[in-house]
Design a protein around this ligand. Structure first.
Ligand code: NAD
Length: 483
């Protein structure tokens, strides 16, 4: 299937509601991972100065366009995302290699912008009548970006940040900038005031680092690897102590007990690690199966896991795409080699076909192996055994990550005990990732991040708590002062 897009692809930076080339006209290549063809040359923002000027100039327009004035633009953008569904699906597939059949992100974005248009009204404070003579009011008042779900992550960040009355500079991932730049066309069409949303593209260094250390940026909402998250937090601490909200990596466990519906558990857990070729932060990459049902479960898992269709991600019948690029493919290969040294590869492996890796199973991998402890970000699962509930909890929690964990059992008491004991921001009982609740709180324990995202939570990441004290009536403001 041809990789050419049906219309010219916008590749420029979006600053102050205008598309422009980078000042030194530098670009970087965006490659379709299936054919390795260059599909676009995107403008590369390298100038720290440009970032600063635009950011500072746009701040007043943010304040002017708060809530009531911002809501209609958010609603309009929500409609435009739906209209652009097909273009966005194609661009996302061209830049990430995710099968087009799995694209639901324009609808998700539309829903988020529609929700936050109205949720902006909820960012209210509280008043206290307790302190005599004083009325206390609370008013609560930056983004850097990964490549695996570029459009969805755009919306998770930008919609609540705008609803909270901020301006945004979004740096898209150098691996998948196209849908973010396309979204800029929709922003322009929706008629947002200039400077409210600025979209730049470039590498982590210097572009992302420039945002992280920038004195005019007051908040960074970052989704990406734990390593980069650490660098951003260090840069924030060294610059202006900007607030950092982090959604980071994972090594999520799924625990299958002998009383579980094994067929359902196999269907769900294999999809979790195969979806988007394993390039999903919440993918259950570690399975722990009770010894008594291990063989039965693994047989079911293998059968489902192998039933994928590798092929051109633009073909609607394809269900398994390549890794996003040469670097990611090489990274997975290294873990395949490591796994073969430490444990047994019992299914899948390198497809020896472009950047494809087959759905891959390793068994009997020691718990201290790199494959068990580090995030692979590929379709690679380890399946190990446990005997008792205590052992399952100990193994599942023995990780620096804590993004998502799941447990499969029909015993309600055990489900409750396990969901309390598992150290993860989200616990699925008889379900696993990518299952999630839009109005739930999403985020990580430990190295998987801090803060939470979700319809009811994201606005708080972009607001400050302020106490306003208004002296009223005859009462004394302080017990130390005579009225
Ligand atoms: P990454 O950390 O390599 O890059 C993410 C972004 O950070 C990119 O835009 C990159 O340019 C930028 N960056 C790199 N170095 C930087 C620096 N020094 N300063 C500022 N910015 C910098 O991650 P990735 O490979 O793009 O994405 C995959 C990772 O993201 C995985 O670890 C995955 O688990 C994680 N992820 C987490 C979630 C979540 O919600 N928790 C969601 C999606 C992806």
């Amino acid at each position: 299937m041809a990789a050419e897009a049906s219309q010219p692809i916008e590749t420029r930076l979006f600053i102050n509601n205008e598309f422009r080339d980078s000042s030194d006209k530098t670009t970087f290549e965006v490659i379709y991972p299936y054919t390795k063809e260059v599909v676009a040359n995107a403008s590369l923002c390298r100038r720290r100065k440009r970032c600063r000027h635009r950011r500072q100039r746009s701040i007043p327009s943010m304040a002017r366009s708060r809530h009531r004035r911002t809501c209609p633009y958010l609603r309009k953008l929500s409609e435009l995302f739906l209209e652009a569904n097909n273009d966005l699906a194609r661009l996302e597939t061209l830049s990430t290699g995710r099968p087009i059949s799995q694209f639901m992100d324009a609808h998700m974005s539309s829903e988020l912008f529609r929700y936050f248009a109205d949720a902006a009204w909820n960012s209210q404070g509280t008043a206290s009548t307790y302190n005599p003579g004083l009325l206390r009011a609370l008013r609560r008042r930056g983004s850097d970006h990964p490549w695996n779900f570029p459009l969805a992550n755009f919306s998770f960040k930008v919609a609540p940040a705008l609803a909270a009355g901020n301006t945004v500079v979004l740096k898209s991932s150098e691996k998948a900038p196209l849908t973010c730049i396309y979204a800029a066309k929709l922003i322009q069409k929706a008629g947002f005031p200039p400077g409210v949303i600025n979209i730049i593209a470039g590498y982590g260094n210097p572009t992302g680092a420039a945002l992280a250390e920038h004195m005019a940026v007051r908040c960074i909402s970052f989704t990406g690897s734990s390593l980069t998250g650490q660098k951003i937090q260090a840069a924030a601490a060294k610059s202006n102590m900007k607030h950092c909200h982090m959604e980071l990596g994972g090594k999520s466990p799924a625990v299958v007990f002998e009383d579980a519906d094994l067929e359902a558990a196999a269907i769900q857990t294999q999809f979790s690690i195969q979806f988007n070729s394993g390039q999903v932060c919440v993918a259950n990459s570690r399975l722990y199966v009770q010894e008594s049902v291990y063989d039965k479960f693994v047989a079911l898992f293998r059968e489902k896991f192998a039933a994928v269709t590798l092929g051109d991600p633009l073909d609607p019948t394809t269900t398994h795409g390549p890794q996003i690029d040469a670097a990611q493919y090489k990274r997975v290969q290294e873990y395949l080699a490591n796994g073969q040294k430490d444990g047994s590869l019992t299914q899948g492996g390198d497809a020896n076909n472009g950047f494809f890796v087959k759905p891959t199973i390793f068994e009997k991998v020691p718990e201290d192996s790199r494959l068990m402890r580090e995030e692979v970000f590929g379709p690679v699962v380890t399946i190990n055994t446990f005997k008792t509930e205590e052992e399952a909890v100990q193994k599942a929690n023995d990780s620096e990550f804590g993004l998502y964990a799941s447990v499969f059992t029909k015993d309600l008491d055990r489900a409750v005990r396990m969901s309390k004991a598992l150290q993860a921001g989200t616990v699925g009982v008889n379900c696993t990732s990518p299952t999630n609740a839009k109005d739930g709180a999403f985020g990580g324990y430990k190295m998987s991040g801090n803060g939470r995202e979700g319809m009811l939570y994201s606005i708080d990441n972009f607001l400050q708590l302020k106490t306003i004290l208004i002296k009223s009536g005859q009462g004394s403001a302080s017990p130390l002062l005579k009225s």
